[in-house]
Design a protein around this ligand. Sequence first.
Ligand code: COA
Ligand code: MG
Length: 291
Amino acid sequence: MISINRPRRSALYFPASNPKAIAKARTLPTDVVIFDLEDSVAPELKEEARAAALAAVSEGGFGGREVAIRANGLDTPWGAADLLAIARSGAQAVLVPKVSTPADIVRCQTALSAAPASMQLWAMIETCACIPHLHDIAALAASTRLSLWVMGVNDLAKEMRARLTPERTPFLPILSLAVAAARSHGLTILDGVCNEFRDTAVFQAEAEQGLLFGFDGKSLIHPDQIAPCNAVFSPSAEELAWAQVVIAAFALPESQGKGAIRVEGKMVELLHLEQARQLVAVAEMIAATER
Ligand code: COA
Ligand code: MG
């Protein structure tokens, strides 16, 4: 299993066919950059976009940002060539779309056989068909390169014929099921995109909803979404201070051997100590990348 200790609060997509966006991505404070070869690239530009992504990744200049390339599906005319090329691209991850079954992940794993051991396989969770298989797909984290999921809410809406409103009501059960399946197999999981890139209030509310649901971060489509997204998915000073209080309280001699203690008038259990340590670890990862 690939284990990576880095923040993934923000993951910005851009069409690999857009050189301006590629140049801009090198300067933006996003944790992850995702070169898109799939939905945002027109069929007649697929090959050009692939070549542009490979050239930009090999040229570098992305600093501490994690670099991923989103391939076309293996059942499209471009998918196999995408995976073959991405395997040797030097990108840290390949994101594959429309994964519906464990067999889809295994096919991608096989197609990436020429990739270095460090290359991660990320998968989009965006089909109706994948929902009954979430746990079986996530379980492949133990035996394949699979390390991260990204929700694809636009494709889910299309397949379900559901309306994508700011509240995202039709999708909430699926978001929860996906987070639970990801957590049970140690995957990182990122929320879907918010199309309303000019409406900061809608974006803010949606990012906060993603945090509430347990996502590690959110996928983004526009530079203006990065700063608010990083802020939402970074532990707040208040949360960190409380985590330190909990850690200190459990370290006291009188707390030894106890599963539950009282801290500032509240019950705190060993599970809260674990959560506090997790929060401090996330804050340390963020601080390390921002140094
Ligand atoms: N990544 C990097 N740079 C981006 C960007 C992105 N996703 N979206 C916009 N920019 C850049 C623009 O090139 C422009 O740069 P400039 O100031 O040097 O001219 C600047 O940010 C402002 O862009 P703006 O005019 O506000 O947006 P736009 O109308 O040009 O583009 C979209 C709007 C939605 C078409 C564009 O944001 C986009 O392509 N987003 C990503 C789509 C995508 O990848 N979808 C697949 C996953 S769902
Ligand atoms: Mg899609």
